[in-house]
Write a protein that binds this ligand. Sequence first.
Ligand code: 3PG
Length: 203
Amino acid sequence: MNVKEFIQQYRVVPVVVFNSIDEVRPKLKAMCKGGLPIAEITYRTACAGDAIQIAVKEFPEMLVGAGTVINAAQCREALNYGAKFIVSPGFSTEVAEICNAANVPYLGGCVTPTEIMTALSYGCDIIKFFPASNYGGLATMKALAAAFPAATFLPTGGISDKNLAEYLAWEKIFAVGGSWMMKGAPEEITEKCRTAVEIAKNV
Ligand code: 3PG
């Protein structure tokens, strides 16, 4: 599976936080039903590793990655469990090295020119821009892009179905990430995933 091509089919990356293992199967099923089979499972909770293992094993139709990966140990664990891409809130050079050696895309967070220069020097040209709304959203990314034509962006933080289309309309947006579609009961998740996919298709 080509990870970048898979994500570009949808251009929306759900940021998923599991508070317990019991949530994993119903939520992932709801996402697949809603036509959005991508999950960035975040290391914000203790069950992230177990959740990644379940997702990889039981949901082969999904693209499963790990998010909020802030150190080498989490990165190695996620890759061992089968994560196909790694996301961090900031840019970690140790995580970048591990991902490069494993040939797995690393989307590290950058909000300054210096951070983007570091990311590009590691061959990471998809820049996670987080928290997007606090750091000036599209206007800031456009200003940064002028200096870095090779970079594309994955903005996350403060994005919802209300501003999704506006972000996706800019050609330098690789995809948009967020947790807005993961709130509520499984039926609501399905519905919100469907809406997000629909919006992305129509841009
Ligand atoms: C992330 O880790 O990318 C963000 O927490 C997602 O932001 P959101 O919860 O505002 O969508």
